[in-house]
Design a protein around this ligand. Sequence first.
Ligand code: N2P
Length: 381
Amino acid sequence: MKYKLTILFSALVVLGLVLTACGPKPEPAPAPAPEETEAPAATEAPVAEAVEPAKEIVFFNWSEYIDPEIYTLFEDETGIKVVEDNFSSNEEMLAKLQGGATGYALIVPSDYTVSIMKDEGMLAKLDHANIPNLGNLAEQFQNVPYDPGNEYCVPYQWGTTGIGYLDSEVDEPTSWAVFFDPDPTAPYYGRMTMLDDAREAFAAALVYLGYDINTTDEAQLEEAKELLIKAKAALAGYDSDIFEDLIASGENLMAHGWNGDFLVAQEENENVAYTIPQEGGVVWVDNVCIPISATPEQKAAGEMFIDFLLRPDIGAMLSDYNWYATPNAAAEANLDEEFLNDPAVYPPAEVLAKLQYIEPVGEAEAIYQRLWDEVKSAPTP
Ligand code: N2P
């Protein structure tokens, strides 16, 4: 495998050099734009049209997931301005793009959503000649199962889903029972949130029940739904954007959420802690990809930004800001030992063994969504 990758990379490097030597970098010809359909004079060799990268691009990302200083550095260096728009779940991002939203040069789907988007033809193939820093990725991230060879996406950050809590006020939650069999006399009762995210919420309930988090068994999913409805009595609400801030401020005492967000909130309140309950949790890899709707100009600028993110210094800035693990091996030299040795960022083998990836469930996706709607609309028990 390593051998093949080396060959692939040498080939890409050579290709990159040849293309650079020839001048303009060609776009991988999608459907030709109308104005480009005029045939070149018969004597001219058909040279691909140079694409002028867009001067401004929109990055559709999860909230608080990038150091804004990275935009400034990129703009200083390239003159390209990056504007950010946010989503709170893969499904929200997907629905927006399926609904015809355009103008995004870059999006950040998680692993299973990359598979869905690839199947639906929603992603543009990356031109590796424009991303020479791709080789900075750790080897396992150059060959992720949902996108072998980084054909469509580049891993951005990876992390886990567990429980954050205020350890000055509550004991460490060792089980998802804090949500699904809540004690009405506990201090956290009524001061907890769960992610506003169908697959994540079902994963928590399913893992508590000892079922596969990707089950398509309707009886198991019904059971999980009943538990999620039961949990509503103990919840202050569903939230995927500020759950960690509500712990840091002391408004809430426990939250279902993503590790890095809680770790960043420790800067505000050192009593914020993160744990993965004994039953296990979710592990995920988020990826930066280009939607098929991007124009060639947006795509060219998007690839420049992806390459910039892959630089060792910028990759380190990213993780330094959001406290998520980096897939960028070259960035590790620029990260503190404290970060690289933090078990909440890089879980030890025995914890990793208890984590599962969310996977695409095909037609059962609609069942998850319907049951999730039922959970959300059910009256609080
Ligand atoms: C960052 C959100 C992490 C993304 N605020 C979870 N896939």
